[in-house]
Design a protein around this ligand. Structure first.
Ligand SMILES: Nc1ncnc2c1ncn2[C@@H]1O[C@H](COP(=O)(O)OP(=O)(O)OP(=O)(O)O)[C@@H](O)[C@H]1O
Length: 306
C-alpha cells in the first residue's frame, strides 16, 4: 500500500477539563476519499482544526506526508488544501479574478495552474461571471479550486455538502471523485449525513463523542446493503425460527408473530417455499431494505442524528 498522505497518531484535545477528542488513530491514503462522519458535536470540526494547525493539539500528532503539523508546520501545511469555514470570496469579482487574487498570495502559481484548477472543478463556463451570482454549489467548487491552487496532496473539506440541493451534491461528488482519481489527492470530507457522502467516499470513519467507533470501506458495506431485512408472519413462530436458523445457518430474530431474517433478495422465494413445504402457516411477508444509514444509526446508537 502507498505511503499514507496523512496519519493521525493518538490525537487528543482537552478543553478545560473536558476531553473533546479522545485519541484518534487512522491513516488516509493518496487517491482516497475519506468520509469523516458523525452527529453534530461529535468532534469533527475540532479534529479538522487540529489537522490544519488552526487549533493546538493537546496530545498526539498529525503527520502530513511524513511531516509533523506540530514541529514541522511550514512543511506539513504546504501539502494541505482546506475549506474549514465558508470559503472567502469577493462577490463583486469574477470567479477567475478571485482565483487570481488568491494566487498572488502564493508564490509560484502560474496562469496555467489557474486554468487547470478551473477545469478540475468544472467552472470553465461560469468563471468570468461575478462570484456573487454563483449558486452555493458553484461557490463551493470555486472554494475547492482555490484550495487546490498550490497543488496540495491532501484536501480537507468540512461539511462540503451542507446546504446543497441534490444536484449540487451530485456535482461536488463528481468533482471530488475526479480529483482523487486524476490528481491522486487524498480527500477528507466531513458530514453529519451519511446519505450525502456515501457515494463519494471510499472509506467512512464514524466519530462519536470524540472517538472513532468504526471505519468501514464503503464498497464492502454497499454490498451488505443488498441484504434485505424480511419480516415473515408465520405460525408456529418459534419452530419456524429454528427451522430457518438451520437452513440459513445464522441467528433469526422473532418479533411477536414474525420472524425477522436478513437475506439476499434472490433467497427470499427459497425461504418461503421451505416454510410452506414444512407446513408452516405463512400469513404475510414484508421486505425492508437494510441501508447503510440504518447501520450508521445503529452504530451511533441514536434514532435521529440531526
Ligand atoms: N472552545 C470550546 N470549549 C468547550 N467545548 C468546546 C469548544 N469547542 C468545541 N467544544 C465541544 O466539543 C465538542 C465537539 O465539537 P465539534 O464542533 O468539533 O463537533 P462537530 O462534530 O464538528 O459538530 P458540528 O457538526 O456541530 O460542528 C462539542 O461537544 C462542543 O460543544
Amino acid at each position: 500500500m502507498s505511503k499514507p498522505a496523512m496519519q493521525l497518531i493518538g490525537l487528543k484535545k482537552t478543553i478545560g477539563k473536558k476531553e473533546i477528542i479522545k485519541g484518534l488513530d487512522f491513516n488516509i491514503h493518496p487517491g482516497e476519499v475519506f468520509g469523516f462522519l458523525g452527529p453534530n458535536g461529535a468532534g469533527k470540526t475540532t479534529t479538522i482544526r487540529m489537522m490544519v494547525g488552526l487549533m493546538k493539539i493537546t496530545e498526539g500528532d498529525v503527520i502530513i506526508q511524513g511531516k509533523s503539523i506540530k514541529t514541522e508546520y511550514k512543511e506539513a501545511i504546504k501539502q494541505v488544501g482546506a475549506i474549514v469555514e465558508n470559503p472567502e470570496m469577493y462577490p463583486f469579482m469574477s470567479g477567475k479574478k478571485n482565483l487570481q487574487h488568491f494566487a498572488r498570495m502564493i508564490p509560484g502559481i502560474t496562469n496555467e495552474r489557474i486554468e487547470e484548477v478551473i477545469k478540475l472543478v468544472g467552472l470553465e463556463k461560469a468563471i468570468n461571471e461575478k462570484a456573487g451570482r454563483y449558486s452555493l454549489g458553484m461557490r463551493q467548487r470555486l472554494g475547492i479550486a482555490q484550495a487546490l491552487l498550490h497543488r496540495p496532496s491532501i484536501l480537507i473539506l468540512d461539511e462540503p455538502t451542507n446546504g446543497l440541493d441534490p444536484s449540487g451534491i451530485r456535482e461536488i461528488r463528481h468533482y471530488i471523485r475526479n480529483l482523487a482519481e486524476q490528481e491522486n489527492v487524498a480527500v477528507i470530507v466531513s458530514s453529519h449525513l451519511l446519505s450525502e457522502i456515501e457515494l463519494m467516499c471510499d472509506r467512512i470513519g464514524i466519530i462519536k463523542n470524540g472517538e472513532i467507533i468504526a471505519i468501514n470501506s464503503v464498497h464492502d458495506t454497499t454490498q451488505q446493503t443488498d441484504l434485505k431485512e424480511v419480516h415473515i408472519e408465520v405460525d408456529p413462530v418459534q419452530e419456524a425460527k429454528q427451522h430457518l436458523e438451520s437452513i440459513l445457518e445464522k441467528e433469526v430474530k422473532v418479533d411477536q408473530s414474525k420472524v425477522i431474517i436478513s437475506v439476499l433478495r434472490e433467497e427470499i422465494p427459497q425461504v418461503i417455499k421451505s416454510l410452506v413445504g414444512q407446513n408452516y402457516q405463512v400469513y404475510g411477508v414484508q421486505v425492508h431494505r437494510s441501508t447503510l444509514e440504518d447501520k450508521f444509526l445503529e452504530l451511533i446508537g441514536e434514532n435521529t442524528i440531526e
